[in-house]
Design a protein around this ligand. Structure first.
Ligand SMILES: [Zn+2]
Length: 336
């Protein structure tokens, strides 16, 4: 599984430009799926047919935070804007990679260390003039933070664990349910989450599920002097209670808790004070969808080195698989 994680986290996929990621996932899931399609916004919809009349939608986003070039000056330096919630404090000295493979170093103007706004930063791709720079990068080009995957044993760090690790959870769940799916399951690999849950919104409308589950990373409170948060790396799948986008449906929360207890799946509960996931738009599609989120605990979210624990990833897969095989008596099928 670590090879799969490395392959996905090192892929290029800023919001709106997720094709390299969806192409890879499509190839990986093809032998296990009953139907695969890509919609106009770049969502990859992977179906597994089941024997019941109910439909579960899982969603993990393929996009990652990045930058977009806004200006090239006469000396070849590029100015940029954020794509999604870039943490400006983690940027200086990092590198940006463009789809073409061009790499730039992030520098900053003189000034107070307290002012680390993106407006004071620039990208240096090693080009001495505007003309030379524009042979490689143009205004409007999207880039990602360039950083390789590192295997630390039980834990791993990389850029875009948010949310390629969620994509891995869905791929593994699909593989493990094999031909035994009790329900119709649509695994959505959603686009443009980082800029406002956009892909999942249209995917949820199309799928019109009876139960919605987002799979995404969440923050932890287990590092030195961290903000107080009752989630730790290594303590299992985090069952979402609430974030800024969603109050998890009480029946979904109970379903996940009961399944975790019944199957002995390591779990914890998550209240995220700021932030949201695809479940934020799934639950308000059509006439409403009971929804929840399986969260993968992750340190240093939205940095170049997001860290997860392989045991937590495994627990999330087990929980997702258990949902696919559960009776779901509390979630009747809509008349569609
Ligand atoms: Zn995410």
């Amino acid at each position: 599984m670590k090879d799969l994680i490395q392959r996905l986290v090192e892929s290029f996929g800023p919001s709106g430009y997720e094709t390299a990621v969806t192409d890879t996932i499509r190839e990986l899931v093809a032998p296990h799926a009953d139907d695969i399609s890509i919609d106009a916004l770049g969502n990859l919809l992977v179906w597994k047919k089941g024997s019941s009349d109910r439909t579960i939608m899982f969603s993990a986003h393929t996009d990652e935070i990045g930058v977009v070039v806004t200006h090239v000056d006469e000396n070849g330096f590029l100015r940029f804007s954020n794509v999604g919630g870039l943490d400006s404090q983690t940027l200086v000295g990092n590198r940006v990679r463009f789809a073409s493979g061009t790499i730039g170093v992030i520098g900053r103007e003189k000034g107070s260390l307290k002012d680390l706004s993106i407006e004071k930063m620039f990208l240096d791709i090693g080009a001495p003039t505007r003309d030379e720079a524009q042979k490689q990068v143009r205004v409007g080009d999207f880039g990602i933070i360039h950083r390789e995957f590192v295997d630390l044993g039980q834990r791993m760090a990389a850029k875009s664990m948010d949310d390629r690790i969620g994509c891995v959870v869905l791929i593994e769940t699909l593989k493990r349910i094999g031909s035994r799916s009790a329900h119709n399951v649509c695994f959505v690999f959603s686009s443009q989450e980082e800029v406002g849950l956009r892909g999942a919104r249209t995917a949820a409308f199309a799928v019109n599920p009876d139960l919605g589950i987002a799979v995404d990373v969440t923050r932890t409170g287990d590092t030195p002097e961290a903000a107080r948060m009752d989630v730790s790396l290594g303590k299992g799948a985090a069952i979402k209670i609430k974030d800024s986008s969603l109050v998890a449906h009480p029946k979904v929360r109970s379903l996940m808790t009961n399944l975790a207890e019944h199957h002995g799946i390591k779990h914890q509960f998550e209240v995220l004070e700021r932030g949201g996931t695809d479940a934020g738009v799934i639950h308000i599609t059509h006439e409403g969808v009971p929804s929840g989120t399986i969260s993968i605990p992750c340190r240093y979210v939205h940095s170049a080195s997001e860290m997860v624990d392989i045991g937590d990833v495994e627990a999330c897969i087990q929980l997702a698989e258990a949902i696919c095989q559960a009776e779901l008596t509390e979630f009747p099928a809509k008349s569609k």
